[in-house]
Design a protein around this ligand. Structure first.
Ligand SMILES: Nc1ncnc2c1ncn2[C@@H]1O[C@H](COP(=O)(O)OP(=O)(O)OP(=O)(O)O)[C@@H](O)[C@H]1O
Ligand SMILES: [Mg+2]
Length: 435
């Protein structure tokens, strides 16, 4: 078991008086606060809208389940969060900082503004107004100003996306400096030396523990994601090496620690991935991410490729780590039964859209969107009476929804329970809940 984040101690300046102050200094939201916020995320591949306007947040300490059938955009969402893409649209915030941003909505707004201005100018031109010229001029000037505003937003989005790490380092360095300034100048010599040492360590840790590496992803395919030519030791320590850690004995020690954490043994360190079972390989994947001391783990279908008996072991391991290391987990699965007991809240995706979001209990008690109902109907239960009556519900979007008059949007039906629907559907869902 790796020791609790060293940052917890080293970042705490002697001068900080309260826990909250220290937490605020580190930019760490307390348990229950939003750790990750995904806002209107879109990731398009050419014409394919793999993820289209998806929003949700993940609170510190919770397990958020992301569920949906193959190809609905779950992995793409995860990969967008760890910045493997230049996302098309929307923003992703981690610890309140925008770490990824796209420009789709601003580009769309510019297009809309131009069309609106063109229509207005055409209207002025068609009329018999004596001040035509002046009015058109005014219209164009207004357009220029508003387009400039949108362009500024595009610039800000690109800058945040590109430089979030640099900005984080700069702000944090300044905060640290401010926090230690008093101690470094006013304390008696002996204490000052101690404060200086702490300050230096904190700075070093800051440089090592980058913002985006605080999010780690366990990849979907345990075979393809582990390089067959690398030993387990090399695989697990790769992230540390990339961070610039050179001390070989420190690295080995950390590797042995995490191997133990995930239920493997030191002898495994020198072996190659093909010498392991599926479940063990997934444990290697878990070890590779926890060695980075992440705050958020994105576990992309970590158990789908495994036998049912092994699935429970890996889920138990993740649950264990969650409590021991205070992890927050975004857990991706295509099957609701896997996430049911493990997740605090669940988001259901369908073809790039989030169609329903609620606490796990609420979603199972009152599934509202027909796609969620169809997913639920696919889960067998160990109850012969229920099984006799259980009917697979097939989701047919064209028969279920009429969006010709009003388009759907994400609506909160009861507090915390959101469904992608339009007004008539919202009313229907509310009636179903007896509201
Ligand atoms: N790099 C890419 N280039 C082009 N299309 C892609 C790319 N990555 C994903 N896609 C497409 O985007 C859609 C969503 O894929 P994604 O891998 O996110 O689905 P998923 O929900 O994770 O599915 P599964 O449960 O099978 O893992 C799919 O149609 C996929 O083919
Ligand atoms: Mg996937």
């Amino acid at each position: 078991m790796p020791e609790k984040r060293t940052t917890e101690e080293t970042f705490t300046p002697e001068t900080a008086t309260s826990k909250e102050e220290t937490a605020a200094l580190k930019g760490n939201p307390a348990k229950g606060e939003v750790l990750l916020r995904v806002e209107h995320l879109s990731q398009h591949f050419g014409h394919l809208k793999a993820v289209d306007d998806v929003s949700f947040d993940v609170k510190r300490g919770e397990v958020f389940g992301l569920v949906g059938e193959s190809g609905c955009g779950k992995t793409t969402t995860g990969r967008s969060i760890i910045k493997l893409y230049d996302i098309t649209g929307g923003s992703i915030y981690f610890k309140g900082r925008r770490i990824a941003a796209g420009t789709l909505e601003y580009r769309q707004e510019i297009k809309r503004l131009r069309e609106e201005a063109d229509a207005k100018i055409a209207e002025i031109n068609a009329g018999a107004d004596s001040e035509k010229e002046a009015k058109i001029k005014q219209c164009k000037a207004e357009l220029r100003e508003r387009v400039a505003q949108e362009k500024a937003k595009i610039k800000a989005a690109r800058s945040d996306h590109r430089d979030c790490e640099k900005k984080y380092l700069k702000d944090k360095t300044q905060e640290l400096k401010a926090a230690y300034e008093k101690a470094l100048t006013t304390l008696p010599a002996e204490q000052q030396a101690k404060a200086k040492e702490e300050y230096d360590n904190a700075l070093k840790e800051l440089h090592r523990h980058k913002l985006v590496t605080q999010i780690q992803m366990i990849f979907q395919d345990p075979i393809a994601s582990l390089d067959p030519r690398m030993t387990v030791q090399e695989i697990i320590s790769e992230g540390l090496v990339i961070q610039g850690v050179k001390d070989k004995s420190y690295i080995s020690e950390k590797v042995y620690e995490v191997l133990d954490t995930v239920g493997l043994v030191p002898e495994h360190a020198g072996r190659y991935p093909h010498e392991f079972s599926g479940g063990q390989r997934q444990r290697i994947g878990v070890a590779r991410s926890v060695i980075m001391q992440p705050e958020l783990i994105i576990a992309d279908e970590p158990v789908s490729a495994l036998d049912v008996s092994v699935q429970a072991q890996v889920i138990n391991l993740l649950d264990d780590l969650r409590h021991k290391m205070g992890l927050t987990i975004l857990f991706i699965a295509h099957d609701l039964s896997v996430v049911k007991y493990f997740s605090d809240r669940i988001g259901v995706m369908y073809y790039g859209k989030m169609v329903e979001l609620a606490t796990s209990d609420e979603l199972f008690r009152h599934p509202l969107h027909p796609y969620t109902r169809s997913l639920l109907s696919a889960i067998p239960l160990p109850d012969p009476e229920y099984e006799k009556k259980r009917k697979r519900i097939i989701y047919e979007p064209l028969r279920e929804h009429d969006y010709s008059v009003e388009k759907p949007s994400m609506r909160e039906i009861i507090p915390g329970h959101f469904v992608w629907c339009n007004t008539p559907e919202e009313q229907k869902y509310k009636e179903e809940l007896g509201l």
